[in-house]
Design a protein around this ligand. Structure first.
Ligand code: C2E
Ligand code: CA
Ligand code: CA
Length: 463
């Protein structure tokens, strides 16, 4: 009876059911199509380098074993760096420098299989090629010859040289980081002995660069064991010498020796561990913010450092956004400091990056202002909150007329663009008074406070 009723309803409404079913199928297909396209676009962005049209080295990192297996024999890794690329940038401008990089990528792809060329960043590339018996005389020679042919750019022939570090991967279970590190050490060696040549990694190099290997494992373990911590250096106002903020500075727990933050960051960038570390620092800075507030410490801002590499990251800003929600912090209380990028095409990325940080409400400071070469350009875009004058300009300020002139010029520029100025490395009363008289707003330096652990900060602030 019931079955009959359903059958009748079905027959009477057959076309409606049919159209409905077809509609659902079309919708599902369309959804699937759009989703696949989105995924593809996302993957392309993640793995393909738009400028040089080769893959990014993150792709190699993630598919290293598979790529090696595909070769089915020993592989040579070439770490290639254009000699003095910054000069081309300064001489010919961004546009031509970018075109050189694009052409450089094309040439690399013309000598090896497309999928075996990777851009690390800026003018650093990696090429993988099967290790043949006569490798030095065949492939290496061809590669060098191709890269050194003149680059015709807007009617001028530009000739460049390259330094190459080669590592012949013969290990039974090769690791991406070991291979990169070894080829990079060979590259350093090539640059150290005068550039414009190729050096093949040999184990003697490893001994010479023991420090790098050591740092590599130290950093890797520290990330795994979370043995980084932060110190905080108070920042005072010049006007009334009152603490208004703190800069977080990374430290590592190591019983055996003293580690400098600048070394730590230098190696973390070299070994591509910096993104993990920047996230860790961000999380710990936000945690500290909460702790200070819970301890009723009165302050205006926490300033944290990130690597200029984050400018290219697709996810770092999202991560910061998620931290704001997790720790319930007003973004305007956090200052993000980073140094000027030196990449030719980096400026556009950097502007976008700064814009997205500021859209979330963060304050952005250019660290070590004046040490990069495009500072003026950056100011004219008027998209910053503050600049930080590096301690190298402050050293010996009272005896150095040129440092005085430089600092004055930087301060005047910043004030003209209505940016706050903070000066670091103030170690004496005289230096402090000099800066204060220039109308600099914030002062940081050993004259007032050294960096300290969070507990010490709570103590001095709640006395
Ligand atoms: P920076 O961002 O320019 O940091 C300021 C450095 O100057 C700190 O050294 C600080 O301890 C030191 N300093 C402050 N006042 C004085 C002073 O009066 N005299 C002298 N001689 N030095 C002073 P630190 O902590 O060794 O950091 C060195 C660099 O390492 C930093 O330079 C920054 O580039 C990098 N760094 C530190 N922490 C982080 C971090 O968490 N993330 C990233 N990406 N980089 C960091
Ligand atoms: Ca800084
Ligand atoms: Ca500095």
């Amino acid at each position: 009876m019931l079955i009959n009723l359903f059958t009748n309803v079905f027959i009477e409404n057959f076309y409606i059911f049919l159209f409905g079913a077809v509609g659902i199928i079309i919708a599902l297909l369309a959804y699937n199509f759009i989703r696949t396209r989105h995924l593809k676009t996302y993957r392309d962005m993640l793995y393909n380098d738009a400028l040089s049209s080769v893959k990014k080295s993150t792709y190699l990192e993630q598919h290293f074993t598979d790529i090696l297996v595909d070769f089915d024999r020993d592989v040579a890794m070439y770490y290639i760096n254009i000699d003095n690329f910054k000069n081309y940038n300064d001489l010919f401008g961004f546009h031509i420098a970018n075109n050189i990089l694009a052409e450089f990528g094309k040439r690399l792809k013309s000598v090896v299989d497309h999928d075996r060329v990777f851009r690390v960043h800026s003018d650093r590339f990696i090429v993988l090629n099967a290790l043949e018996e006569d490798h030095d005389r065949t492939f290496s020679k061809k590669l060098l010859k191709k890269l050194k042919e003149p680059y015709l750019m807007e009617d001028q022939d530009i000739v460049l040289t390259v330094s190459i570090g080669r590592y012949d991967i013969k290990d039974t279970n090769p690791k991406f980081y070991d291979a990169i590190l070894r080829s990079e050490l060979a590259l350093d060696e090539a640059k150290g002995i005068g550039k414009d040549q190729m050096v093949v990694y040999a184990s003697a190099l490893k001994d010479e660069h023991h420090n790098a290997f050591d740092m590599f494992h130290l950093l890797k373990d520290a990330i795994k064991n979370d043995s980084f911590y932060l110190e905080f250096q108070p920042i005072v106002t010049a006007k009334d010498e009152k603490i208004v903020g703190f800069e977080s500075l990374i430290r590592i727990e190591d019983k055996h020796r003293l580690l400098f933050a600048s070394d730590l960051i230098y190696y973390a960038e070299r070994f591509n561990m910096i993104e993990d570390i920047d996230r860790l620092v961000a999380r710990k800075t936000f945690e500290a913010y909460r702790l200070l507030k819970e301890n009723k410490v009165d302050f205006e801002f926490l300033s944290m450092n990130i690597s200029a590499r984050e400018v290219r990251s697709l996810t770092f800003v999202d991560y910061l956004k998620s931290l704001l929600a997790r720790y319930n912090i007003e973004a305007s209380n956090i200052v993000i400091e980073f140094t000027e990028t030196l990449d030719p095409e980096g400026l556009a990325d950097e502007s976008k990056f700064i814009e997205s940080l500021r859209n979330l409400g963060f304050k952005v400071a250019i660290d070590d202002f004046g040490s990069g070469y495009s500072s003026m350009l950056r100011l004219s875009r008027n998209t910053l909150d503050r600049i930080k004058i590096d301690k190298m300009f402050v050293n010996d300020i009272l005896n150095s007329a040129s440092n005085q002139a430089l600092v004055k010029a930087m301060v005047n520029l910043a004030l003209a663009f209505e940016l706050d100025v903070i000066v670091e490395g103030v170690e004496s009363k005289d230096a402090f008074e000099f800066m204060r008289d220039l109308n600099i707003k914030y002062i940081q330096g050993y004259y007032f406070y050294r960096p300290m652990k969070i507990e010490a900060i709570c103590k001095i602030m709640t006395k």
